[in-house]
Ligand binder design. Sequence first.
Ligand code: SF4
Ligand code: SF4
Length: 332
Amino acid sequence: MQTQQINSTITPFHQKLNFPLTKKQITVLQINLGKRCNLACTHCHVEAGPKRQEELSPQVCAQIIQLIQKFPQIKIVDLTGGAPEMNYGFKPLLEASRAAKKQVIVRSNLTIYFEKGFGDLPEYFAKHQVRIVASLPCYLEDNVDKMRGTGVYKNSIKALQWLNKVGYGKNPDLILDLVYNPQLPFSDKFSLTPNQTQLEHDYKVFLQEHFDIHFNNLFTITNLPVGRAKLHLERKKLYAPYLNFLESHFNANTVENLMCRDLLSIDYLGNVYDCDFNQMMNLPAKTFRGENLTVSLLLATGSLDLIGEVQTAAYCYGCTAGCGSSCGGALV
Ligand code: SF4
Ligand code: SF4
């Protein structure tokens, strides 16, 4: 009852904006290769884990490679998952993108390098000059292990030291960024994601002093109520209060830089979305003519710029609260 009342007070996101959220020219392809992951983090919006089987097929992988080769306007290919490294197509996509002179981002959970069959990854990444964006949701062990599982912090530290050893965080061509995620709330005392510049400083001081670890940038990300984060909030009866909190901190200045404006998000079946959150909530991108966008359609029409308006939902308040949030961190 109370949830319904609070729910009804949330302004539909498109109404809040007061104008259609349009796309700019597409420059980023973010590919979600599948849901397989060696971890099963409590906040995961993909609901990824070791038992998940969904992954790219050889056919869809070949189509995405065609896209990458065909469109010079694509500057960045961003590989995510699950653990992208564990899913079909990872190395072919990475190598095809580098051969086509794209910047490649790999969203890595770091611990994968210690799983059987993946011990070559740090050297492989360095060889291909891949940009690594690695999750480390806190610089303290307790918080990381609570969110990601026992022992994850220690392995993450070992992985970062390994990446430093092959040149990451030191050589200007080998960029290593870290990602901070807040803990999921257990009461309605919500807080905004901390200031990115200040937190980056704190991470750098702590990691250097304790482990001699160097990295480039810290990205602070807000938990959007999607996937496991949404399930957690619903279980604690905090889903609607959290959305209310996010809406009450809506910052119109973030809208210009929202990641959905110049990105296409592709799933393992070749469907296209405005972002990875819409992908997980099954809200497909629509063409100007109202069709669901797919990789096949992009290839057939010879254009990446077929979307009139970004599809939005209440969770978009997570990207626009306070300093904003995206796969590249704060927006303002
Ligand atoms: S948050 Fe990342 S590392 Fe954790 S389960 Fe999800 S995909 Fe895997
Ligand atoms: S969730 Fe964020 S990135 Fe996705 S459509 Fe909404 S505002 Fe854009």
